[in-house]
Each structure stands twice: as C-alpha cells, then as structure tokens.
Design a protein around this ligand. Structure first.
Ligand code: IMP
Length: 204
C-alpha cells in the first residue's frame, strides 16, 4: 500500500519505513512533484500536524500522514513546544542557539523535567486520526554528546535501552546525544509511528 509522508528528511523516512514494515511503500511529497513548503502556522502540535496532513491530502488525494514534534519543558509552561525549531529565532536550523537559550531560561530553576512530544495525523480512506508519542526526561545543565540532532545534547531521558534490549532507568544521566541507539527504541516519534502502524495493520 502506498502512503505519503509529509517529510523531506531521509532519516525520518527510514524510521517510518522500518516501523510500518513490508507492505507499505512510503512516498515523499517531492516524489509526487509537491515541492512547495507545507504550511505549519498552528499554535499547537495537534494543529500543526493536522494542518500539514490536510494540506498534503488536498494536494495528493491519497492516504498520507504528517508529524509535528516539540520539546515541552514544565518549568517554562510547555515552551518551546510547537516553536522548538525556532526557539532562538532565525530559520530553525540553529540547534546550538536553541539549546543555549533553553539553558539560559532554566538557570536557577529547580524543576528541569521535560518531554519530547510528537503528534502524527493520518488521512486513511475516509478517516482522519491522530496518534501521540512521548519520551519523558529532564534538561541537563550543559550540552553532552555529539549523536542525534536538535535538543538531544541537553535532553536526559528517564529510561534508556540496555545492551540486552530491555529498557532500564537512565542512572548515568546520559543525554539522548550520548545514546543515539535509544532513538529507535524509545523515541517520541517512534512511539507515535508505532501507534499509527498498529492501527493500519489492524485495518489490513
Ligand atoms: P519536527 O516537528 O520533527 O520538525 O521537530 C521540530 C523541532 O523539535 C526540531 O527542529 C528539533 O529542534 C526538535 N526535535 C524534534 N525531534 C527531536 C529529537 O528527536 N531530538 C532532539 N530534538 C528534536
């Protein structure tokens, strides 16, 4: 079955393909000649994810899905949230500036708990559904590790995968950038995509 994923990110594409498994052919908007930026002007992850999927559906009229992710920090009232990519201003590609701003905003704050939160919106036949995934953790006091991307060097997940594949408490306080392997197992996006995959497989 063909399904269009609103992304130009090859890493995300591979991750989704691995989770959906055989039987699903993932197509990008670019492969269908849809090359314009897909609008994301919502003020919540739910709105943005829905807006992207709706736009894509209006262009391709076939089953499709879109994701939107944010880092939600409790002491900052859920910020940067839907504005995570552009937290420090600019065009959204300056992860260092975003992390620097986050560390500054949290200076002196005791509660450093946070989560990565993903909402996936799926257009499937006549149905429109949303799926959610999260990974809980806290923000460290400095950047550590060089794996991953975005806020990974300052995000310390509560749980990490052990060598035997079990999920165990992160007693060493490793950041997501220090355990990139964790991404495939515990990531917020993987959780949301797995929930979507379970739904799709139940409809086969
Ligand atoms: P997007 O919706 O997947 O494009 O994510 C929006 C922003 O959230 C990205 O630009 C990153 O700053 C941040 N982000 C999303 N996923 C991750 C992640 O797995 N690790 C670190 N940062 C992330």
């Amino acid at each position: 079955m063909k399904i269009v994923f609103a992304t130009a990110n090859q890493g995300k594409l591979r991750e989704a393909a691995g989770i959906l498994g055989e039987g699903y052919e993932l197509v990008t908007p670019a492969m269908l000649g849809i090359t314009e930026d897909i609008p994301e002007t919502g003020t919540t992850l739910e709105e943005n994810s829905a807006q992207k999927a709706e736009y894509l559906y209006s262009r391709c009229h076939t089953d499709c899905f879109a994701d939107d992710t944010g880092l939600e920090v409790n002491a900052l009232g859920g910020a940067p949230g839907v504005y995570s990519a552009r937290y420090a201003g600019g065009d959204g590609h300056d992860s260092q500036a975003n992390m620097d701003k986050l560390l500054r905003e949290l200076q002196g704050k005791e509660d450093r708990t946070a989560r990565f939160h993903t909402i996936v919106t799926l257009y499937h036949g006549t149905e429109i559904l949303q799926f959610e995934g999260e990974v809980r953790g806290r923000i460290g006091t400095e950047k550590k590790g060089d794996g991953g991307f975005g806020y990974d060097p300052v995000f310390i997940p509560d749980m990490v995968p052990a060598e035997d594949g079990t999920i165990v408490p992160n007693t060493e306080g490793l950041t997501m950038a220090e355990v990139p392997a964790a991404k495939n197992v515990i990531s917020h996006r993987a959780m949301a995509l797995k929930a979507m995959a379970a739904y799709l497989h139940s409809k086969e």
